[in-house]
Design a protein around this ligand. Sequence first.
Ligand code: HEC
Ligand code: HEC
Length: 209
Amino acid sequence: MKRIQCIAIFALLFSLNLVELNAAEVDQTVNNRYCNTCHGADGRGNFGIQAPRLAGMESWYLRRQLENFREGIRGVHPQDIEGVAMRPMATKLSDESITDIIEWVESWEYVPAEKTIEGNERAGAQLYTQCASCHGVNAEGNEALGAPALSGQNDWYLVTQLKNFREGWRGSDPQDSFGQQMMMMTQALSDDEAINNVVSYINSLRRNL
Ligand code: HEC
Ligand code: HEC
């Protein structure tokens, strides 16, 4: 419950701030560079808000997720608390400000996230063989298949997303063809332990940027 309150309060404070900002400086709304408020300094991710690392994120994936949030393809299921908190941040964005944000994010330093999840890495490696065909053997991502890099991302965020896909809180929108593919793949992960195992293996992989 604490986490939910924390995100809700942050979202509220944030939107109040933006109202002031709009009145004072209209031009500011073209850029909409307010992401670090939740996503942490240099976009390194923020566990308290459950907002993941953005630094180092592929521009095509960043664009797709912002569009999905904006169009209501992601972040609408009532059980998807964090996605619901993120969505209003994207509904404000024009195509122009998305392009601006992508350029801005590309300028941030990429620092791999700290490891916080414990699991059986060997069991995880076995599970990961099913993921590698799309996400790459080093979890470096594959643009042609639309599968993002996983290595270097906050492990707690990967765990949440795998659970969200498994429950159908993310990826069940008929327009979300990439999310639907990923939703099917969570059938390979039988329980929470399997999720922790595969994420602990992903933690052991290195992504060179
Ligand atoms: C009020 C806090 C808040 C603000 C401000 C915010 N975000 Fe988020 N964002 C979140 C949370 C929480 C999540 C995790 C959503 C989830 O778990 O599905 C998230 C998720 C995301 C994701 C999905 C990442 C992925 O790997 O799929 C992207 C992309 C994103 N945010 C980009 C942005 C950008 C760009 C901005 C600035 C325009 C921004 N966010 C501003 C809270 C915020
Ligand atoms: C058929 C190809 C495919 C396979 C196999 C696959 N994925 Fe994915 N995965 C995707 C796609 C495509 C996305 C992007 C979904 C979107 O755009 O919302 C994704 C997204 C994800 C995300 C969310 C990342 C983020 O930043 O929000 C996680 C976590 C993930 N996959 C983990 C896994 C794991 C673990 C496995 C193996 C059990 C796996 N995937 C197997 C295609 C695949």
